[in-house]
Design a protein around this ligand. Structure first.
Ligand SMILES: [Zn+2]
Length: 404
């Protein structure tokens, strides 16, 4: 089957993950798709395909004759879709020979090149969208579809290949896709996630992440008699925030520029709280951001009295680059595969975290390949038949390179 055929098959199955849930998978309906995926992987040639008790689908294709000793290659995608847009009763639609102009979906939203400039590049392709009332779910059912199509082609055509391992995870969108991933059971030496970005994109750098909570304790007295006595916690919190560099915020940064992002703000005279997330591709620069916050807290405690400001810092995910570097063949082979399909590799740092980053730090080096999808997590989500074909062709070239 071609990748878009798999996508049309999976898109109508609601797999919206649930951030409120404490189970894995977070939503029971993910298991419905998981069972379909295991069946389809068996039909594609992976005899051992199965769903584990957490809803992860694992499968493998034994190495072709002569490739038995080669390192084992993994391919990973996620089955859940984001709760940011409706994911129930998705009705995928094909728009053949898209003219590159405005396209009104039945549900109302308009795909316009003025708003989404990438649409101009899709002129002449067969666009795939939802009906405009839901997301499409190409994130990441397009990734699943491309992996399945590539694996099926390899099996049917007896193409030379090292052992291939496939895993489709639940709950990536709520940041838990890597939590119950059984790396030893999976059995790959290294892997690619296939998720997001245009076909031809290769991602191997992401942010290092930390969180900060600033708690300010004030001293409240009657405002009429407050001179030289009152400490207004809300004012101290504002002072803390204003001591951070104003331009190092998400709305003023791009590329490799990190930031402090104020995500929560609460305050009265007695107590105030500020919540931040801190991000930087460079781990040393992230450390500097943490130290700057500690320095501001110290200064304010010197000014208003010890214990006025408390700073709690916690580290989050880390940049995968450090873990991918010792396996640079993953990047070189991906670049070569993209070139062999007639495209130019697109390489940009990810301004977020990925499950691949978590897996890389847990011992499975795992850069990401683009699926050809756009406008994720919204009702304007789209991809094209041709871009999905290209993404699958890149996977086939990668599989061929690892069989050499
Ligand atoms: Zn995704």
């Amino acid at each position: 089957m071609r990748p878009y055929e798999y996508l049309l098959r999976y898109a109508p199955v609601d797999t919206t993950s649930n951030p409120e849930s404490e189970t894995c998978p977070s939503a029971a309906q993910e298991l419905t798709l998981a069972k379909m995926l295991a069946d389809d992987l068996r039909a594609a040639g992976c005899a051992d395909a199965h769903v584990d008790e957490k809803g992860y689908v694992y499968a493998s294709l034994p190495a072709s004759p002569g490739c038995e000793g080669k390192p084992v290659l993994g391919l990973i995608a996620h089955m859940d879709t984001s709760a940011d847009a409706p994911g129930h009763e998705v009705k995928p639609m094909l728009h053949e020979d898209y003219d590159g102009g405005e396209l009104r979906l039945p549900g109302g939203p308009v795909l316009s090149p003025a708003r989404f400039p990438f649409l101009a590049r899709m002129k002449g392709e067969t666009l795939i969208t939802s009906d405009g009332t839901t997301l499409l779910g190409a994130d990441d059912k397009a990734g699943i579809a491309e992996i399945f199509s590539a694996v099926e082609t390899v099996a049917q055509q007896n193409r030379p290949h090292a052992k291939l391992c496939v895993c489709i995870t639940p709950d990536e969108e709520i940041g838990r896709g890597a939590d119950n991933f059984d790396i030893p059971g999976f059995g790959a030496d290294f892997a690619y996630t296939v998720d997001g970005g245009d076909a031809g994109s290769i991602e191997y750098e992401n942010f290092n992440a930390a969180r900060a909570i600033v708690t300010v304790k004030g001293f409240s007295v009657h405002p009429g008699e407050a001179k030289d006595t009152m400490v207004n916690a809300a004012n101290v919190a504002i002072e803390f925030h204003n001591a951070l560099p104003e331009m190092d915020r998400p709305e003023h940064t791009e590329g490799y520029e990190g930031f402090y992002h104020l995500t929560q703000l609460y305050g009265d005279v007695n107590e105030a709280k500020l919540g931040y997330i801190l991000r930087d591709h460079d781990a040393a620069k992230l450390e500097c951001k943490k130290q700057a916050m500690a320095h501001i807290a110290d200064c304010l405690n010197g000014k208003y009295g010890a214990g006025t400001v408390t700073l709690e810092l916690a580290d989050g995910y880390r940049n995968m680059l450090e873990k991918v570097k010792p396996h640079w063949h993953l990047i070189e082979n991906a670049r070569e595969a993209v070139r062999r399909t007639g495209m130019t590799p697109i390489e940009e740092p990810v301004r977020g975290g990925t499950d691949g980053a978590v897996l890389s730090w847990r011992g499975l080096p795992c850069p990401n390949l683009g699926t050809g999808g756009f406008n994720f997590h919204g009702v304007c989500e789209c991809t094209t038949v041709e871009r999905m074909d290209r993404a699958a062709a890149i996977l086939l070239e990668i599989i061929a390179l690892y069989a050499q």
